[in-house]
Design a protein around this ligand. Structure first.
Ligand code: FES
Ligand code: FE2
Length: 351
């Protein structure tokens, strides 16, 4: 019970979360997924729009995802109540067939764009789609320059946010493909707050550049200018740009640049849906390279970040981050700013 109360106060509700990738829900999919502690049913209506309703029949709480679909309606497989895509009960075969007034499930605002299905878990009247993080570059690049990955992690979502806000771990944790060879840790990252967006940036000269980009530069072995920049949007959605360039400071036009999205959606206090997407400005028409690059990124995460962060969570148990008195290093500046900002937003929302 205590854990449930904790959950209620730990997640922002009036905000957009990514619930799924577009590719996870086709015409026949009935996707049951828990978002900030609530199990939801996602499916595509016959007009192609995705709908999200509570995956819990109001009668005896059977999951509606175990029900039978007929057009846009779902019949609960336990005692046969039928619901439409707004969650309203439309049919009962019990007694006179009268439908009790309270016989409905909650439906949630959903917005599909740029390969993601976003959901608003809070007050419906506040659901403003202009607040959704801009990921439109994923749409503007050719398909062969864009990739998406879904990953599941047994840890609190804020540990995953910390991981992206403090990229100094790349010096130490990662293998040769993306390792930054000790260049990041000595630097003081530049942290800025712009409205509700917190950004952290590292600029440096490295020799050679990070392997993933270096091999696509004219002189892979030579010195290159590089930067990493992460823009955090509440509650846990991050846009990460990485680039390397030689004989220029114009990363976008002369350099090799990645436009990555690291989007964390809490399933529960100690489990998180991780949505990753990536686009680039080089070899844009090379589908084979695209597949290899995405596989490499996934491998780095699954084999290097994930085991470490899940082990970190295991060790922390249910204790709060600040309760454990963490040592703070210079590279924590961005992550700490984000934790404070999120705590502020949570406090405002619960006031
Ligand atoms: S639990 Fe759904 S109709 Fe009874
Ligand atoms: Fe990493």
């Amino acid at each position: 019970m205590e854990l449930i109360n904790k959950k209620d106060t730990s997640f922002l509700k009036n905000t957009w979360y990514v619930a799924a990738l577009t590719t996870e829900i086709d015409a026949d999919t009935m996707l049951s997924r828990k978002i900030i502690g609530e199990t939801l049913l996602f499916y595509r209506k016959q007009n192609g729009e995705v709908t999200a309703i509570r995956d819990r029949c109001p009668h005896r709480f059977a999951p509606l995802s175990k029900g039978v679909r007929d057009g846009d309606e779902i019949t609960c497989s336990y005692h046969g109540l039928k619901f439409n895509s707004d969650g309203q009960c439309t049919h009962s075969s019990h007694g006179s067939g009268k439908i009790p007034k309270a016989c409905k499930v909650r439906s949630f605002p959903v917005e599909e764009r740029d390969g993601f299905i976003w959901i608003w878990m809070g007050n419906q009247e506040k659901a403003d789609t202009t607040q959704i993080m801009d990921c439109s570059i994923l749409n503007r690049k050719p398909e062969s320059a864009v990739g998406y990955i879904y990953m599941y992690n047994k840890c609190n979502y804020q540990l995953l946010t910390d991981n992206i806000m403090d990229l100094s771990h790349i010096d130490h944790l990662h293998g040769p493909l993306i390792n930054t060879n000790g260049k990041l840790s000595p630097l003081l990252p530049k942290v800025e707050e712009n409205g509700s967006v917190v950004s952290v940036r590292w600029d440096w000269l490295a020799e050679p550049a990070m392997q993933l980009l270096a091999v696509h530069l004219e002189r892979p072995e030579d010195q290159a200018n590089q930067f990493f920049q992460v823009n955090w949007h509440a509650p846990s959605n991050m846009h990460l740009q990485v680039a390397a360039v030689q004989d220029s400071m114009d990363y976008e036009n002369d350099g090799r640049m990645l436009y990555d999205y690291h989007i964390m959606t809490p399933e529960s206090e100690f489990s998180t849906h991780y949505f990753f997407a990536s686009a680039r400005n080089y070899l844009e028409d090379d589908a084979e390279y695209n597949a290899a690059k995405m596989a490499g990124m996934k491998q780095a995460f699954v084999e290097e970040d994930k085991p470490m962060i899940e082990a970190q969570q295991q060790e922390m148990g249910e204790a709060g981050f600040w309760e454990l008195n963490p040592i703070l290093l210079s590279s924590d500046a961005g992550g700490i700013r984000v934790r404070r900002k999120l705590a502020e937003l949570l406090e405002i929302e619960s006031a």
